[in-house]
Design a binder for this molecule. Structure first.
Ligand code: ATP
Ligand code: MG
Length: 558
């Protein structure tokens, strides 16, 4: 294990432990269950759970999973399930049972009543439009609501009746009484409760008023005894409000918020709202379409949890926003699979190859190493026969300069087998290449004949023994580096039309027949592939391309 990197949040925690400000560390990961987790969330997960693991070696340290579920209309129990699965897949476990902000609705209601009693909150009956007018702008202060001076008694009565369902949505809200002239708009008497006649995935129909995020989040942290509440930089302006609520209310603990830079990746969109639109408009095939930047999609595509954790570690934790090259993520998965994925052969665009001098009916079993460097990955048996498949792209009638594959007058080695020499190509009625005939140098198995070396090596499978396979060639979902950056365009305009190419006629070597769901391989000369966890069957294997062997984007090929 490498030593995890240091960063400013660890410095803060170290100081807090040294000064005795805290004696334990409690972090939390607080997703709203309104979509699947994406690669940006992985950064927050690795940070929060990672800190608990690391400090757990010295002090009591834990990380809670808490669903911040204050918007019932947008949330769903299916999202809760997917979030839990993704966190566990990444290799983390939360402390105790998962929690919900909605577990605290009763307590939060009591806190709101306390605020009213202390003249720190009031029921406001401005319409939404009027509220906007009263709020002011970034350059102008807001104005006090005409309802701001309602008496404590009247506020208590109205708030109780709001809860009892006596009013329509939008008729009243509960607002914190802070400062309408504050330069920070978040402090201009923010709403803390609104009326919503919505069914909630956890609390059902028990409530018709729901607390706002800013009120709920900090007080839920306080209820749980979170010591370090870590969030992304866009919440920096909300911190004064976070502190205000925690100070105004008698809470069991005093959490503090610290902000770090969110993860932005080029060629990628990381906003649940925008990802949801891709799903809703069927621009992708669901949240776990392997082209999506969600963790469920990356898992399905074949990313390993280790590669994602290593990526997050490499990105590090800083306070300055920046955009990370998606090539860095691809580097991590390539590096991981290069070391650990067994090799295999799969012909993606097959054409039949007949070895004219190889006896009909003869079959040899070749024993090939599963990994060029790691012997612990063992060997496998690969049948060799007179009729094989090779990839169409490995034959050229007119070979370009430096061509190292098959061509008229050329010889190549079949990986792990014999050298073959071109004899003739057979075309069908449409002029399409139908078959290649070659001779086989029978004395070249595992050795080169005297004074002769085949220029290239190509992969192959036995026609008779290989397995039908569907290969899904995935590429980046967006062609623009910053799909959200052009104000004249919608991010969906940048969807890469070549982000998915399906090859249904591929042939996989027979050993792959027993490959299990989610197993990953390097297909020789093609890239890294993963058995699709939903669609693959032994009769029709389905492989997803995780990543190509080399980064073709940074070489300017696209
Ligand atoms: P989105 O903008 O995609 O809707 P969100 O911030 O609204 O994301 P939450 O469910 O509220 O999503 O996020 C849970 C946690 O993950 C929060 O603490 C949030 O700060 C963090 N998080 C979300 N996106 C990123 C990101 N791109 N990089 C780092 N952390 C993130
Ligand atoms: Mg959010």
């Amino acid at each position: 294990m490498e030593t995890p990197k240091s960063h400013f949040i660890k410095t803060i925690i170290d100081e807090d432990l040294a000064s005795g400000k805290v004696s334990k560390v409690l972090t939390r990961f607080p997703p709203e269950p309104n979509g699947f987790l994406h690669i940006g969330h992985a950064k927050s997960i690795c940070l929060n759970f990672g800190l608990a693991e690391e400090y757990g070696e010295r002090v009591s340290a834990h990380c809670n999973l808490r669903f911040d579920d204050t918007n019932p209309e947008k949330e769903d129990a299916d999202y809760v399930a997917s979030i839990k699965e993704d966190i566990r897949w990444l290799g983390f476990e939360w402390s105790g049972k998962e929690r919900y902000a909605s577990d605290y609705f009763e307590q939060l209601f009591d806190y709101a009543v306390d605020l009213i009693k202390n003249d720190r909150a009031y029921v406001c009956s401005l319409t939404a439009e009027q509220s906007r007018e009263y709020r002011g702008t970034l350059t102008e202060p807001g104005r006090n609501s005409p309802y701001r001076e309602r008496s404590v008694g009247e506020n208590l009565e109205l708030f109780t009746r709001m809860r009892a369902g006596e009013f329509a949505e939008g008729e009243h809200v509960l607002r914190a009484k802070i400062d309408m002239a504050s330069p920070n708009i978040n402090m201009r008497d923010p709403i803390i409760y609104r009326i919503r006649y919505a069914h909630h995935h956890q609390t059902g129909d028990a409530w018709c008023i729901y607390p706002m995020y800013d009120f709920t989040h900090c007080l839920s942290d306080a209820i749980e005894g979170v010591t370090h509440s870590l969030c992304t930089l866009e919440f920096e302006d909300h911190r004064p409000l976070y502190d205000w609520f925690v100070e105004q209310v008698e809470t069991p603990a005093r959490p503090r918020q610290y902000e770090f830079a969110r993860l932005n990746l080029n060629f990628t969109v990381t906003s649940k709202r925008k990802l949801k639109r891709l799903v809703d408009e069927k621009l992708v095939d669901g949240w776990d379409d392997p082209r999506m930047p969600t963790l469920a999609a990356m898992r399905r595509r074949g990313y390993t949890p280790e590669s994602i954790r290593r990526f997050c570690d490499a990105v590090g934790i800083a306070r300055a926003n920046s955009t990370v090259d998606v090539g860095m993520l691809e580097y991590e998965i390539r590096d991981d699979l290069d070391k650990h994925a067994p090799r295999a052969m799969c012909v993606i665009n097959p054409v039949k190859l007949v070895l004219s001098n190889y006896p009909e009916g003869q079959q040899e079993t070749l024993s090939l190493a599963n990994h060029p460097k790691d012997e612990t990955l063992g060997r496998r048996d690969v049948p060799f026969t007179r009729e094989l498949y090779i990839d169409r792209a490995d034959y050229a009638e007119q070979a370009p300069p430096k061509w190292k594959r098959l061509a008229p007058d050329a010889a190549v080695r079949l990986r792990g087998a014999y050298v073959i020499r071109f004899e003739r190509a057979v075309y069908d009625a449409h002029g399409e290449l139908a078959e290649l005939h070659c001779s086989c140098d029978m004395d070249t198995l595992g050795k080169n004949p005297e004074g002769y070396k085949a220029k290239g090596v190509i992969h192959w499978v036995s026609a008779q023994h290989s397995n039908p396979a569907e290969v899904r060639l995935y590429d980046r979902l967006f062609t623009a580096e910053n799909p959200e950056g052009d104000s004249d365009k919608d991010y969906t305009d940048w969807i890469n039309p070549d982000s998915l190419n399906v090859r249904e006629q591929a042939r996989a070597e027979s050993s792959l027949r027993t490959a299990s769901a989610e197993q990953r391989f390097q297909f020789e000369r093609e890239g890294y592939f993963c058995v699709d966890r939903y669609d693959s069957t032994p009769e029709k294997l389905v492989f997803n391309r995780v990543v190509s062997l080399r980064d073709s984007w940074s070489q300017g090929k696209k």
